[in-house]
Ligand binder design. Sequence first.
Ligand code: CAA
Length: 262
Amino acid sequence: MSYECILTELRGSGERKTGLITLNRPKQLNALNDQLMDELGQALLAFDADESVGCIVLTGSERAFAAGADIPTMAPHSFISAFKSGLISKNWETILQVRKPVIAAVAGFALGGGCELAMMCDFIIAADTAKFGQPEIKLGIIPGAGGTQRLPRAVGKSKAMDMLLTARMMDAAEAERGGLVSRVVPADQLLVEALAAADTINAFSGPSVLLIKELVNLAFQAPLKDGVAIERRYFHALFGTDDQREGMDAFINKRKPAFKQC
Ligand code: CAA
């Protein structure tokens, strides 16, 4: 499949590969227009369906992960046309259907829809140059891809209100302190670190990886009691896999496990 607004490639030396997606509208700081979001959705679903792929890394350029939804193409909308066309709807939510882990590797600006897209990934590794923000209020609008909902869950109410209401940006160090990003790395190591994290995940048993992703996401929807009960059942289910026997035998015999189930 050839794309115009993104680049895709397979990376990794192990049996299972990483699907690398690079947002590629450099002149517009990777502003997220419909074509880009359609292509991103197609690429994500293709990697999710590809048996040779274990993980997906989503990245941008040195200057911007993405500076938000594309402002000039949004500007002419009326309420009715935004509502009828489903502005910031279907093609923005494809990422939520992906069952494999998606790691956001963020350098430079992740603003508005760019910050929201990063937050829809499973975790964010940030370059020390990263800047996060939800500046929609400056445009006379509000976030439309989950910013008012995911940001408070990530950084708490006070910091989220501060960012959303003042439109100030958060640097990488503050984002790490606040829990928005999992780690901060030097900018020139961003992709190396994100791909290494993906390689680590790729070497583990596929069912464990998929179930962890599903269960952590469930933690934001289900009451604790129900989430723990479902986790317990999946925990029991994994004792029906060869990988459980392999993992525990490898530990007991002090050797490296070779997981087979992907
Ligand atoms: N849409 C379209 N084009 C954008 C863009 C966007 N969101 N952000 C930047 N660009 C374009 C600029 O128009 C500019 O293009 P030209 O060279 O043709 O003029 C180019 O990218 C470079 O931008 P700047 O010259 O502004 O670069 P800068 O370094 O001075 O500033 C910036 C960088 C702080 C990111 C600034 O561009 C900016 O504030 N961008 C808008 C950020 C924003 O408001 N994002 C939210 C969008 S709304 C949204 O995302 C809704 C939602 O919830 C989904």
